[in-house]
Design a protein around this ligand. Structure first.
Ligand code: NAD
Length: 488
């Protein structure tokens, strides 16, 4: 892969830098199992250097008017547009997803960047009336300081943009801890940002493993806000560690998202969106549809259509394929173990359930699109996220049972219902315990200007992106101005 350097360095204070200990680890192609590149294996000492660079750069960046910060971010967006094909090639190589998917994802990251670049012109506070005569009351936004940003690998360029742009427009500087499986995507974003004229130290990119490079960032006393996209288990630790010193924490965590198919649904549309929700991006979406809840009256018809469509799916890394590999072998092995355990507990595998080992898949990390049924809603597999192309069919008798099952989950990220009834659709959107509710489409597909986030163990109540992310990355200050009219 010509665009990926042999060894991916960190970006610290505007410069590429190897890990101070000189250590590296290998990053493998999920599509072929071959080594793509080596990666700087950063540790606490590297993180400390990056945080110091961010701390030094922050006052000047915050002094720059937000409109001008927006102009700089706009230049980064232009750089991303110019390098869109190159970024997409890297995303495709690191994740194993098709180039056209990677190109679209890069387009999404660009749209998000554009949105926040323009927020420099709209970094609104609020002006209101005071209860006291001759007194004026308003709020203004201030940055928090250094932002520690930690991301997952599933949609790597979108995840970078989702965090970096809102953090920077608010006047924070940042240390981004790249996902260990997608280091080159974060590296090229850092490169584009430097070339676009972002002042040194405003964005620093640290490569490495979670325990070795992520944990020291979370624990660093100079990091004022930690924004994390990843698993609920790691999110829980981050909440505790950063919460101890009252750092602000934003957690975008896992999901076990229900898609309900009612007896009045357009079944072909429901099948289309079930397949996309469960299997696109190889099921590696926090918002993937992993619990498909189907009314008894249409269960058999829906099941038959779903199986037929699933059997047609093409699996591989090309533009002609419907889904690619999962991100690494560890994930694949965990998934296979979970499916096996579910089978031992009585679940039936009606599609997939195995690793693909045909000639074109043999060295990659491919899981066959998998559908289970006869699974107890309380079984481990019903309550835990697998983050792969695996979904479960549940049979329910009516709307009340569907809603109850949808809400019977430790997670509450997204949910979808397929129905022609306005009453059912609105009732579902009102009552489902999720941060996102969708009618007649998939469980995924958030827009850059809309707030995203979940209830229960899917997050800690914050919302990113949208203008709501500005609340994650800024502090509101009340300003009261008192005047004496006699002195005018
Ligand atoms: P993960 O939690 O294992 O890792 C995510 C990131 O955290 C990686 O960069 C990793 O290096 C880092 N990390 C790991 N341990 C750490 C520690 N102790 N301290 C600090 N950082 C640490 O998650 P994953 O398996 O890589 O990603 C999949 C998860 O991400 C799923 O649960 C998925 O639902 C979630 N996700 C959520 C959203 C959302 O917006 N809600 C979006 C995408 C992915």
């Amino acid at each position: 892969m010509t665009n990926i350097p042999a060894t991916i360095p960190n970006w610290i204070n505007g410069k590429e830098q190897t890990a101070q200990g000189g250590e590296v680890f290998a990053n493998l192609s999920p599509a072929t199992g071959e080594i793509l590149c080596q990666v700087a294996r950063s540790r606490e000492v590297d993180v400390a250097q990056a945080v110091e660079a961010a701390k030094q750069a922050q006052p000047a960046w915050a002094e720059m008017p937000a409109v001008q910060r927006g102009n700089v971010l706009h230049d980064i967006v232009l750089g991303m547009k110019q390098h869109q094909a190159e970024i997409a090639e890297i995303v495709a190589a690191e994740t194993g997803k098709a180039y056209k998917e990677a190109y679209g994802e890069t387009g999404g990251a660009i749209a998000l960047g554009l949105f926040y670049a323009s927020e420099g012109q709209r970094l609104y506070g609020c002006t209101t009336t005071s209860g006291t005569p001759n007194k004026y009351a308003m709020t203004v936004r201030h940055p928090l300081g250094v932002a520690g940003l930690i991301i997952a690998a599933n949609t790597p360029i979108a995840n970078v943009a989702w965090k970096v742009f809102p953090a920077l427009i608010c006047g924070n500087t940042a240390v981004l801890k790249a996902a260990e499986d997608t280091p080159a995507t974060a590296w090229i974003f850092g490169k584009v940002a430097q070339e676009a004229g972002l002042p040194p130290g405003v964005l620093n990119v640290i490569q490495g493993y979670g325990e070795e490079a992520g944990a020291p960032l979370v624990a660093h006393l100079d990091v004022a806000v930690v924004s994390f996209t990843g698993s609920t288990a790691v999110g829980r630790t981050i909440q505790r560690v950063a919460g101890e010193r009252f750092a602000r924490v934003s957690l975008e965590l896992g999901g076990k998202n229900p898609l309900v198919v009612c007896d009045d649904a357009d079944l072909d549309n429901a099948v289309k969106w079930t397949v996309l929700s469960a299997f696109s991006n190889a099921g590696q979406r926090c918002a993937s549809g992993s619990r498909i809840i189907v009314f008894d009256a249409v269960y058999e018809a829906f099941r038959e259509k779903l199986l037929a469509r699933t059997q047609q799916l093409k699996i591989g890394p090309t533009n002609e394929d419907d889904l690619g590999p999962v991100i690494n072998e560890r994930q694949l092995i965990n998934m296979l173990g979970s499916v096996e355990q579910a089978q031992q507990e009585g679940a039936k595998v009606i599609a997939g359930g195995t690793r693909l080992v045909g000639p074109e898949h043999v060295n990659g990390f491919y899981m066959a699109p998998t559908i289970l049924e006869d699974v107890n809603p309380k079984a481990h597999i019903s309550c835990s996220e697998l983050f792969g192309p695996i979904t479960i069919l549940y049979r329910v008798k009516d709307f009340a049972a569907a809603l109850a099952l949808a809400n019977n989950s430790p997670y509450g990220l997204t949910a979808s219902i397929h129905t022609r009834s306005l009453d059912r659709a609105v009732r579902f959107c009102d009552k489902v315990q999720a941060g996102v509710a969708v009618v007649n489409a998939g469980t995924y597909g958030s827009e850059p200007h809309m707030p995203f986030g979940g209830l229960k163990q899917s997050g800690n109540g914050t919302r990113e992106p949208g203008t709501e992310a500005l609340d994650v990355y800024s502090e509101l200050k009340d300003i009261y101005i008192n005047i004496d009219p006699d002195k005018t």
